[in-house]
Design a protein around this ligand. Sequence first.
Ligand SMILES: [Zn+2]
Length: 262
Amino acid sequence: MPELPDVETYKRYIDSTSLHKKITKVNDIHNKILENISKNELKKVLVHNELIETARHGKYLFLRITDDHWLVIHFGMTGYVKYFKDIDDKPSHTRLLIKFENDFYLAFHNQRLLGKIGFTNDIKNYINKKKLGVDALDISRSLFQQLLDNKRGMIKSALMDQSMIAGIGNIYADEILFQSGIHPKTKIHKLTDNDLERVYRNMQEILDVAIKAKVNTNEFPRTYIIPNREKDGMCPKGEEKLETVKVNGRTTYFCPVHQKKK
Ligand SMILES: [Zn+2]
């Protein structure tokens, strides 16, 4: 599932390919992913206009079309964007296809149709309506502490709670807790200030590393758990096998040696 680093990578990709080009055609719109805009409205808002700016909050991507028209893209469980010239390169599960005056295309690919395309006049309003917390890259150390002091339950659930911190999902929560040496089911109240400090620092660093690597896991540090999240995966810091457990119904990978339960 695209998480903060993936969506930030798509944002930068769009910035470097698709801004300030007149849109000549919009096709392949799939009704199921439209949130609060119809097919015709979407076409009307895009055609003859340009994408002029992008923004991101958590896992949401915003594309500015005019001063007060923003397209909102959420990728759901799978999805990516692709800019290309030859129509034969169009991804097979394209749900929105934008054609520019230079004859290049921008496709929004979303195989399982769990993504959403919406529309807003105001990003802040949209974020409030969706009850999204502070973006994981913008949250301060003190706010992080304050939010967790007021939170019950397991640390992994808290990290994935989009209304508290926006952007972290199942995969990056596993990495943050692995690098912090904390078992994913640890209750928040059992964590020391020192533990929370490590979680905060690792969250910032891991997101940063993943964005710099353009989420290409081959370029992740060798000590990262993400490339090893698979059946019979080994701990990258030792010689033990990783184990799995369910948290919020999601398969969670952890190392039984480096992430002992408190
Ligand atoms: Zn280990």
